[in-house]
Design a binder for this molecule. Structure first.
Ligand SMILES: [Zn+2]
Ligand SMILES: [Zn+2]
Length: 288
């Protein structure tokens, strides 16, 4: 990775080669890709139509930031925070947006911030990763040390950015994977593991012996069918015993009923009366 890779192709030779800023701090009109835009909103000259002290426009509609000269009066084009800026111009646009949303980083100015973050953007870091990296260590713990304010010296702020991002360099001074890359890598790994598990399962299913041929299953089925046959036999013999008992009872009852009928119709019983039928008391026996 060379530093020249994301520089605009042509360099005028008069300005700073890396920042493309002229000696007066303004964007080089000849070779800065965003020369037509304000380099540093803090340096916008007073337009003469607003309140000079706070660059606010006050009229019957209320107070609002002057679009012509307030540092925040004209927001830069928004850079999607989860997109990796590719190339000089995109990196500069992303840094303009970072400077707009972060009062601390604003002190550096987007052109100088781009130089600081170039290495990180080229390693696939997004602006969101940069903000996270400034606040947190790779372990997830918060970074220690003071954060420069919006009024700090730009050099102090630059040193702060360099110092905090140094925690995210490996032994070869290359940025370690950013949070978004780590999350993506983890997700990819998890998906790959799921896919492998599913394929393994499908392969085993194809190779599996059908249940009807598995030895263990056959044995279990044999035992179950033997048990079923045993219980069927047991139930059958119980049924048979009950049926025989019922037939015997019925015969006894029938015989007894015949005797009672004979007795009641006046005939002399040949033998003493038998006990009443067990199964069903005869209705006429109740009347006697
Ligand atoms: Zn130039
Ligand atoms: Zn103004």
């Amino acid at each position: 990775m060379t530093a020249d890779q994301s520089l605009p192709a042509w360099w005028c030779g008069d300005c700073d080669r890396r920042t493309r800023l002229a000696a007066d701090g303004r964007r080089c009109a000849r070779c800065n890709p965003l020369a037509d835009r304000d380099a540093d909103p803090d340096r916008r000259p007073w337009c003469g139509r607003c309140d000079q002290r706070d660059r606010m426009v006050r009229d019957e509609a209320g107070a609002r930031k002057c679009r012509a000269c307030h540092p925040l009066g004209r927001p830069p084009q928004q850079w999607p925070m989860h997109d990796v800026p590719d190339g000089y111009t995109e990196q500069l646009l992303a840094c303009e947006w970072l400077c707009h949303i972060s009062p601390t980083l604003r002190r550096i100015g987007s052109d100088r911030l781009r130089v600081l973050l170039q290495l990180w953007f080229e390693a696939g870091w997004t602006p969101r990763d940069v903000l996270y990296g400034l606040d947190s260590l790779p372990t997830g713990e918060p970074q220690i040390g003071e954060v420069p304010t919006a009024a700090s010296d730009p050099k102090v702020t630059e040193a702060y950015v360099k110092r905090r991002l140094r925690a995210w360099l490996d032994d070869d001074n290359h940025p370690i994977p950013a949070i978004n890359q780590q999350v993506t890598a983890n997700r990819t790994k998890a998906l790959a593991a799921q896919l492998a598990a599913r394929q393994d399962w499908q392969r085993r299913e194809r190779l599996a012996v059908p249940p009807s041929r598995a030895r263990g299953a056959a044995q279990a089925r044999l035992i179950a069918s033997q048990a079923a046959a045993r219980s069927l036999r047991r139930r059958r013999s119980a049924d048979e015993r009950e049926r025989a008992q019922r037939t015997a009872d019925l015969a006894t009852g029938h015989e007894a009923a015949e005797r009672w009928k004979e007795l009641l119709s006046g005939g002399r019983p040949a033998e003493p009366p038998l006990p009443r039928p067990r199964t069903r008391p005869a209705p006429d026996s109740a009347t006697s």
